[in-house]
Design a protein. Structure first.
Length: 284
């Protein structure tokens, strides 16, 4: 399991934060956030989950949020970290919520940025999809398909050359010599994981102080692409989901941007990090 351990660059506060990446992301996509947090005195731990990016891509592995949370906890234990704040985006937000539920004594604070798993897509009518079919979908992935999806979902139908960095990063993983097909299979497995393991039903059990950071133009919904139109119309309404999620988590605070999409930390870094750092300073 690959990871980055970023030391504080100004003054040490003995505070640690873990950054959990999304399904179409790597730990490296947290670079801007990690640098900002390190200048505010944080030790920043940024793992690549198993199956992703620089970590091992096993051809046979039982992907579950519990397993990924356990892997992350084992990493923290190996680094001598007993308490930490946890920030997750997209699938990483889903994983962060599962981590907080499994390790309440470790998780002092929870920050969720446009998390998925906050609605139960299968209960809303998304058909289950065979793993072999998901794998075939992944093998067809290319620059155009990734960019089109990210432009519509992450960036509210806008585009700048800076976004190409993250598209090309993802494309390169599908083309890894000797690993590209295994990566595609792992991505199919994690699609099945997030579709079948929602965290929405357990938010009332979260003990950590929680902040939700939501771009309300997000329309992410796993399985929308292969769902009937009537089902598609019900999915991924983050202008509603953010508020619903905040109401379910005891004492949660909510910050919304009405013009940002699924990746507010990339789409408008200054507007994203301002409220994040303000909240972290407030809660200590």
């Amino acid at each position: 399991m690959a990871y980055m351990d970023v030391a504080p660059t100004t003054y040490a506060t003995n505070k640690t934060i873990v950054l959990l990446h999304g399904k179409n992301f790597c730990g490296a996509t947290w670079e801007d956030t990690a640098r900002r947090l390190s200048t505010h005195g944080y030790r920043v731990i940024v793992p690549d989950q198993i199956g992703f990016c620089k970590s091992s891509k096993p051809p046979a592995y039982q992907f579950s949020l519990q397993q990924l949370a356990d892997n992350t906890n084992t990493l923290l234990q190996s680094l001598g970290i007993s308490q930490t704040k946890v920030l997750g985006h997209s699938m990483g937000g889903m994983l962060a919520a599962r981590f907080a539920l499994m390790y309440p004594n470790t998780t002092t604070h929870l920050i969720l940025t446009n998390p998925i798993g906050i609605e139960d897509w299968k209960a809303l009518g998304v058909p289950w999809r065979l793993l072999d079919t998901l794998y075939a979908d992944e093998l067809r992935t290319n620059y155009t398909s990734i960019r089109n999806y990210q432009q519509a979902t992450y960036y509210v139908n806008t585009w700048t050359p800076a976004y190409d960095v993250w598209v090309n990063m993802l494309v390169s993983l599908y083309r890894l010599p000797g690993e590209g097909e295994t990566f595609a299979y792992n991505m199919a497995q994690t699609t099945d994981m997030v579709l079948t393991q929602p965290v929405v039903y357990e938010f009332g059990l979260v003990k950590a102080k929680t902040l939700l950071l939501i771009g309300t133009k997000d329309n992410t919904a796993i399985g929308k692409a292969w769902s009937p139109p009537a089902v598609q119309a019900k999915l991924g309404n983050y202008s509603v989901l953010g508020k619903e999620t905040a109401a379910k988590i005891p004492g949660a605070e909510l910050v919304e941007w009405n013009d940002l999409g699924h990746a507010p930390q990339t789409q408008d870094s200054e507007r994203y990090h301002g409220p994040l750092l303000e909240w972290l300073n407030k809660v200590g």
